[in-house]
Every structure is written in structure tokens, then in C-alpha cells.
Design a protein around this ligand. Structure first.
Ligand SMILES: Cc1cc2nc3c(=O)[nH]c(=O)nc-3n(C[C@H](O)[C@H](O)[C@H](O)COP(=O)(O)OP(=O)(O)OC[C@H]3O[C@@H](n4cnc5c(N)ncnc54)[C@H](O)[C@@H]3O)c2cc1C
Length: 582
């Protein structure tokens, strides 16, 4: 890291992650504007083979590029579980450098629910162009019907394409597609228009066999200064106006950089609330408990943490239907995959391994549960898990044992396996939070995701698992290749035993958001519709923290949208700088 001699920048972006780099790159489109990006991780993550090679993504958990948070996953009177590591990307590009690639935007109805917090500027209609502005979609082989895809990507720097269809996995894909349809569900390629229902070929932030990250927004821009491998310490204020950022270099040396215009916090859902609290913006009791001088009392800072709980489980496949021998176990298959990837970045190693993803509703399974039907009646027959007709679940089918989702179980020594991830998209447990453990900026915050604080989420998860099981066990094609559970039988028949399994096996879907949510007032949230921190000046937040209602799919496309829209909001505030900018 070379410390810049320049002490002042027009804009300082604190956190060079997914959204932060989008904002930095867009603001730097005026070559006369200077931008500083402060990032804790390394500057060139794509030089790390495990990061750039899609099939190795699952190995990054717990690596030195992972923030590896200690996290309370569940905290109920009858069950508690604390886990470590909970993964977030610590590289330039943030979690876009460690995630599992899928590129989905979500349902219009869910983004319309954002209006309650952000007003008219935060609805499907007023955000949808930004889901696409960041990306360019490629279908080099012409495999997909362009009519469903023409709205994906508008010449943005981020290259996305459909998942590599590994030829060796074609029998698995065929069996799953057949089974899905035979149980009354549909296949689709159209999940980009605001409605998502069916089993779809997944789109990924992968192109030509290499991961795409948000770093592409800023590399090579001379007016963006990147301070990698440096930690933010504090935002400094004059009154309630944010003026500068103090950073830590090498763990000890402090440097302060002044922002001539604004400071944009983009450290992600755990570190953004942390730096605000360390800087005096946060709940009164929390600031007082740590002896921090308040700048703005803002009770929602660190609150409203949302995430998707997932139930991962594994079933054995008939030999030859999984990717174990191509990617997991030493032998000629794996050697061949590695050689092919080294030669031209193709083959199994170029795959993110999520080729098929399902977005079902599970009404008929929910209807069998009295707790759910009582709730529905009391709720005026409005389904809480998909009130606008949204899918209840995202179901990921990975035809290989994947320990990234279930690290408590050993990798099986032989055989082929299917990892199933049942991801509850609109959980009713919405009371997670982030607090300070201390005032040391290098110490991780305290995180409680609080999954399953509402029992109905367990009912829904049970229904989701049963829906998937029905497809795998009874569906045409799959029923001939699906075998026993691993490592022990799932107690599918019993609600009580399923509850225990879900509490014990569930994990994060890696989609936390909401800890600095949008709000029309400081009583409702932390940032206003222009993503400005309520009560402060020259300070905005642009990352997953601002999301008020969790998207009904994986969330990176929504985070890129926030970066793009956020950048345009800033540009509009400085017409003297951006009136003629693209
Ligand atoms: C393992 C995993 C798998 C996922 N899979 C998918 C998927 O398949 N599809 C999908 O859509 N989404 C996926 N996601 C979610 C998605 O990637 C994230 O929601 C999104 O990238 C978050 O973006 P962000 O800008 O909010 O934060 P981040 O991208 O995490 O950026 C925050 C940045 O701030 C930096 N930072 C933090 N603290 C400091 C500090 N004190 N000083 C300096 N820098 C700091 C971090 O190093 C990081 O670069 C996944 C996430 C993970 C972790």
C-alpha cells in the first residue's frame, strides 16, 4: 500500500466492497473529481486462484480473505447456537469477491414494499433500471431466448452470463427438470421481469470462466485512489457535519483524510453500523455503554438485521450423477478438470455449480399446518411469506457435497451426492441486531441474526423441505437416481423432529441486510431516500445495510442496484460536477 500524499478528496468511500466500488467508479466518471476508497482487504483478489476460479468459491470460507465473524445464529429460550466463521468478503470487491455468483433481481412486489420506508423513489419502477445498468449479459453460444434476457445488462462493466452447463452433469439436470415438472411445477427462463416462479437456469457473475467482481468499476481509473489493506477507525464530525475519516495503517499508524464533498459508508451490513456507532451515530444506550460521545442519536443503527435462513441437506445420488469425481476427489477426473481450466478456463472448474435454481411457493404444504392456517386467518388471509404472490423459497441444487453450507459434517469418502439448499425468502423473524463488543475499531462487532425467533419460520421451512423431498423422491427421473440421506436420515414425517433438525442444521444464506435501513424519518430508519444519514450532513450509506425488506432471492443484484442508484443520487446533488457526465 502506498500512502497518498494528497490529504483531501472530493469523496471518500469507506469500504471498497460490492456497492462501494460501484459508487466510487461512477463518481469518478468526471475525471476532475477525486475519490478515495478505503478497503481492509487486498487490492487484486482475482490474482488469488481460489477467488477467480468459480468452482473453488466454496473453499474460501474461513480463509484469510474472509472476515469470518462470530455470530449468534439462533437465540431462543429452547435453543441457542453461536457459529464462526460467518463469511463476508475482505478483499477489494468485498463479498462480490467471495460469493457464489448467482445473479437474480427478485420480485417487483417485494421492491414495492420498500416504498413504506423510502417513498416513491424506492419501488420496482423507480429502481429497476439500476439492476441492469451495472452489468453486461453475454450468451456467446446463443443458448437462451433473447426475449427474456434483453432487459438484463445495459453495457455496465460487470460481466454476467448463464451458468456453465457442465456436459457431465447433463443427466442430473435432465432428471431434476423432469421431476420438477412431473410434480406440477414449471420450468422458466423468465425471472427478470419482476415475477419469479419455476426452475431456472442460473445466471452468474462469471464470464469466460472467471469471477466478475465490483473491482471492475474502479481499476485503472487515475482519479480513484485505492488504499487497500487499511482499516477505517472513525468518521470525524464538525457539529453534525462529517468532515474526514481516520484510518489505521499497519494496525497502529493513524492517518486522517478530509472529504471536500461527502463521505459514503459502504463497509457492509456488519461493519457499517459498527463505524457509525464508533463515530457517535447510534442508539443512545449503546453509545453510553461504551462511553462514546454522541453526534446523532439514531436508535435504528445496528437494528433490523434480516437474513435468509437456509436448511441445507444432502442426499446420495446414483454413482455418476454428481461432480465429486470431477472436482472434489483426487483422481483422473479432477486432474482433467484442472488441466482443462488451466488450458482455456472451461470445463467443470469454470462452473459455480449452481446450474439450476428453483423459486417455488409451497401453499399446499403450508395449508396442512394448523399454526399456519390460524395465522393466515388472523392475518386476513394474507400469506406472510409471499403477500404479493412472491415465491416462498429459493431452492439451490448443487450436484456435489458442499461443505460451505454444512461445515459440521465430514466430506463423504465415496459416492456422488446432491446438496439441497432450502432458502426461506421472507422470514418473519426480523429482529437480528449488531452491537459493539468494544470501542476497538479492529474488534468484530457482536452479531445476532436471531433466526427462528418466530416459530412460524420453522413451520415454513418444514413445508419447504417437504416440497423439495416430494420432487426428489417421487418426481419422474429423480426418483430413479436419488438415494439415502447423508449423514443420517431426515425425520421428514414428524413436525417435532423436523423442528429439531432445522434448529440444528440451518445456516445463514449469506444475505444479511437492514442494519442501517431506509426510513422516512429517524424514528423509522437510519438513512433517508437519498441515503443520507438522518441527523448528519455530508454522510451517506450505500450498501446492503440500507435494505428495508429483504429481496426474495440472493441479494447481490439489489446491492449493485443500490450502488448505481446511490451514485446517481449524489450526481444529481452536484450538478456543477456532473451536469455533462454520462
Ligand atoms: C459466501 C457468500 C455467498 C454469497 N452468494 C451470493 C450469490 O450467489 N448471489 C447473490 O446475489 N449474493 C450472494 N451473496 C451476497 C452478496 O454477495 C452480498 O450481499 C453483497 O456482496 C454485499 O455487498 P455490500 O456492498 O453490502 O458489502 P461487501 O461487498 O461485503 O463490502 C464491504 C466492504 O467493506 C470492507 N470493510 C469492512 N470493514 C472495513 C473497515 N473497517 N475498513 C476498511 N474496509 C472495511 C470489506 O472488506 C468489504 O470489501 C453471498 C455472500 C457471501 C458472503
Amino acid at each position: 500500500m502506498v500512502v497518498p500524499t494528497q490529504q483531501e478528496f472530493d469523496f471518500i468511500i469507506v469500504g471498497g466492497g460490492t456497492a462501494g466500488n460501484v459508487v466510487a467508479g461512477r463518481l469518478a466518471e468526471n475525471p476532475n473529481v477525486s475519490v478515495l476508497v478505503i478497503e481492509a482487504g487486498i487490492e487484486f483478489p482475482l490474482e488469488v486462484e481460489a477467488i477467480s476460479t468459480p468452482s473453488q468459491a466454496f473453499t474460501l470460507r474461513g480463509s484469510k480473505h474472509d472476515w469470518a465473524y462470530k455470530t449468534t445464529m439462533i437465540s431462543r429460550p429452547d435453543y441457542e447456537r453461536v457459529e464462526k466463521p460467518n463469511t463476508r468478503g475482505k478483499v477489494l470487491g468485498g463479498s462480490s469477491g467471495l460469493n457464489y455468483f448467482t445473479w437474480v433481481r427478485g420480485s417487483a412486489a417485494t421492491f414495492d414494499d420498500w416504498e413504506e420506508y423510502g417513498g416513491k423513489d424506492w419501488t420496482w419502477e423507480t429502481t429497476k433500471e439500476y439492476f441492469d445498468k451495472c452489468a453486461t449479459y453475454h450468451d456467446d453460444e446463443g443458448l437462451y431466448d433473447p426475449k427474456f434476457l434483453e432487459q438484463v445488462g445495459r453495457g455496465g462493466p460487470l460481466h454476467v452470463s448463464h451458468a456453465e452447463l457442465v456436459p457431465e452433469l447433463a443427466p442430473f439436470r435432465d432428471a431434476l427438470s423432469k421431476a420438477w415438472v412431473s410434480r406440477g411445477e414449471k420450468l422458466t427462463e423468465d425471472i427478470h421481469s419482476g415475477e419469479m416462479h419455476g426452475l431456472v437456469h442460473c445466471m452468474d457473475t462469471i464470464y469466460k470462466g472467471v469471477r466478475s467482481t465490483s473491482g471492475c468499476f474502479i481499476y485503472g481509473k487515475p482519479n480513484v485512489t485505492i488504499l487497500a489493506e487499511t482499516y477505517s477507525k472513525k468518521i470525524n464530525f464538525e457539529g453534525t457535519t462529517a468532515t474526514s475519516v481516520t484510518i489505521l495503517v499497519g494496525g497502529e499508524q493513524e492517518l486522517t483524510f478530509k472529504a471536500k464533498k461527502e463521505i459514503i459508508v459502504a463497509q457492509g451490513v456488519y461493519e457499517s453500523p459498527k463505524i457509525l456507532m464508533l463515530s457517535g451515530v447510534g442508539p443512545e444506550a449503546e453509545l453510553k455503554a461504551h462511553g462514546i460521545e454522541p453526534v446523532v442519536i439514531s436508535e435504528h443503527v445496528g437494528q433490523n438485521l434480516l437474513d435468509h435462513p437456509i436448511m441445507p441437506y444432502v442426499r446420495r445420488l446414483k454413482d455418476g450423477y454428481g461432480a465429486e469425481n470431477l472436482l472434489l476427489r483426487a483422481g483422473p477426473g479432477k486432474d482433467g478438470s484442472i488441466a482443462q481450466y488451466r488450458k482455456n478456463k472451461t470445463g467443470p472448474a469454470s462452473s459455480g455449480l449452481l446450474e439450476l435454481v428453483g423459486f417455488p411457493r409451497v401453499d399446499s404444504h403450508l395449508a396442512k399446518n394448523k399454526q399456519y392456517t390460524d395465522y393466515l386467518k388472523a392475518n386476513g388471509n394474507v400469506d406472510p411469506f409471499g403477500p404479493g404472490g412472491q415465491p416462498h423459497f429459493e431452492i439451490d441444487f448443487v450436484p456435489m457435497f458442499s461443505d460451505a453450507f454444512q461445515w459440521h459434517f465430514p466430506v463423504p469418502a465415496q459416492g456422488d451426492y446432491l446438496t439441497i439448499i432450502v432458502d426461506l425468502l421472507r422470514p418473519l423473524s426480523q429482529n437480528g441486531y449488531v452491537k459493539l463488543n468494544s470501542t476497538n475499531p479492529l474488534e468484530q462487532p457482536f452479531i445476532n441474526i436471531n433466526f427462528f425467533s418466530n416459530d412460524l419460520d420453522i413451520v415454513a421451512m418444514t413445508a419447504g423441505c417437504r416440497m423439495v423431498d416430494d420432487i426428489l423422491t417421487n418426481g419422474e427421473g429423480m426418483k430413479d437416481i436419488i438415494e439415502e440421506d447423508y449423514p443420517w436420515p431426515m425425520p421428514r414425517g414428524s413436525d417435532e423432529a423436523m423442528k429439531r433438525q432445522i434448529l440444528e442444521r440451518s445456516q445463514t444464506g449469506f444475505h444479511p441486510c437492514g442494519t442501517l435501513r431506509l426510513g422516512k424519518t429517524i424514528e423509522q430508519g437510519v438513512v433517508d431516500a437519498e441515503l443520507k444519514v438522518h441527523g448528519a450532513k455530508n454522510l451517506r450509506v450505500m450498501d446492503a445495510s440500507v435494505i428495508p425488506v429483504i429481496p426474495d432471492c440472493r441479494i447481490q443484484n439489489a446491492v449493485y442496484m443500490i450502488g448505481e442508484k446511490g451514485a446517481d443520487i449524489i450526481k444529481a446533488a452536484y450538478p456543477e460536477l456532473y451536469a455533462t457526465a454520462p
